[in-house]
Write a protein that binds this ligand. Structure first.
Ligand code: DNO
Length: 393
């Protein structure tokens, strides 16, 4: 696997030099300063590329070109945004960038309720807590319809929860959920947020699925012509929230998408952390089944419970069997090598990381600490080497 690392640009507290010392060789980044929906121009792509290359690293994966909400809802000038998306793909290809990660989650990119949840050893992790989320929905957002969205027990627990929160804690719960986590191109105020949610009031998952397929039918041929591998990231969390439809959460979802748009350029970002939150997702079967379409891997672990709560675990702990996943990826790389693929190595990045050691006193991008991810990468690298040697690779 090609060891890569997500970098948010020159303002990222983790520098390119730090990343080199962590042992990664590839960078995963985006043109975060370009507003969602606008064309990524060649000059802007080249500028970013130059910064990365001048420190001896390579820009391996684009994560993400965000998808404008109007494309997801197929409203307003969505055709214009699809055209812009196609041009951005072409421009990236002309600069030698040929792996593009994206997601199709309505309104919010990834969602957590606590960004500094203390785990047993004193390090801090990201947490999605269903009761906190329900409390936000019912009492802070006061979304119409939220009163019917939760079980009696969740409603009762949410009430107790909100009553105990101070004003500051309420503000930070709101901020954690709607202000935009790292990599999310959108952030909202409560009022704007409800307005955007309303744009989905007539869109169910069947329709959103259709919108995704219609979008892919337009952009995948462009990706194909330009040698670009598109990698669809799963929903995070992989179940419906806030009454919004979710269409990229399970093996059945991906199968539907691939049946409708069969090109291999229509691929997956295999995110073990997102997919692993649903106990019914059999990750071993999924990685085996979708191996040929796996163009990018996010290696991350989670500890989940039956209620839908989860927090991020250390990379080799938690509910995801990292050994099995890495073994299957290495087998796929071997197959690609034997079949003379142009580039048989699959880029992976240690996704998220706890705040540990000096991270705890620093301002970090939540989930994207320096030392926590370094620990993750080091563990994953060791595991990879061990499996690789034992397979005689
Ligand atoms: C979170 C990330 C997501 C991911 C996008 C892909 O840490 O995995 O923001 O980049 O959903 O488009």
């Amino acid at each position: 696997m090609k060891q890569t690392w997500r970098w948010f640009g020159p303002e990222d507290p983790v520098s390119l030099q730090d990343i080199k010392q962590a042992g990664a060789t590839g960078i995963v980044t985006a043109l975060h300063h370009i507003p969602n929906g606008e064309i990524w121009r060649v000059e802007e792509i080249q500028k970013k590329k130059k910064i990365i290359e001048s420190s001896g690293l390579r820009w391996s994966v684009v994560e993400s070109i965000p998808i404008h909400e109007n494309i997801k809802t197929r409203t307003g000038g969505f055709h214009k945004y699809i055209e812009a998306y196609k041009i951005s793909i072409q421009n990236l290809a002309s600069c030698g960038l040929n792996i593009v990660c994206y997601n199709f989650m309505p309104v919010l990119d990834w969602t957590r309720t606590d960004l500094a949840y203390e785990v047993k050893d004193g390090s801090r992790a990201l947490l999605f807590d269903m009761v906190a989320f329900a409390a936000f929905d019912l009492y802070l957002l006061q979304r119409p319809g939220s009163e019917n969205a939760y079980s009696d027990q969740e409603n009762a627990e949410a009430k107790v929860y909100i009553e105990k929160l101070s004003e500051t804690e309420k503000t930070s719960l709101v901020k954690n959920i709607i202000a935009g986590l790292p990599g999310a191109e959108e952030g909202y105020t409560l009022k704007q947020f409800q307005e955007v949610l309303n744009t989905y009031s007539n869109i169910n998952s069947q329709q959103l699925k259709e919108h995704l397929v219609l979008f892919l039918q337009e952009i995948i041929p462009v990706a194909e012509d330009n040698g670009v591998l598109m990698c669809l990231h799963p929903d995070d969390p992989p179940y419906p929230i806030l009454g919004l439809p979710r269409v990229v959460s399970t093996a059945a979802d991906y199968t539907h998408i691939f049946e409708h748009v069969p090109s291999r350029n229509n691929g997956i970002t295999f995110c073990t952390g997102s997919l692993g939150v649903i106990a019914e997702n059999n990750l071993e079967q999924m990685i085996k089944h979708f191996a040929n379409r796996t163009h990018f891997v996010h290696l991350r672990n989670i500890k989940r419970d039956a209620k839908g709560n989860f927090h991020e675990a250390k990379h080799l702990e938690g509910d995801v069997d990292m050994y099995i996943i890495i073994k299957e990826i290495l087998k796929e790389e071997k197959r690609r090598k034997q079949e003379n693929y142009k580039d048989h190595q699959i880029p992976m990045r240690p996704d998220h990381g706890h705040q540990i050691l000096d991270d705890l006193d620093k301002t970090i991008n939540p989930g994207y600490s320096g030392i926590g991810r370094l620990r993750g990468l080091a563990e994953l690298r060791g595991l990879t080497m061990g499996i690789s040697r034992s397979l005689g690779l």
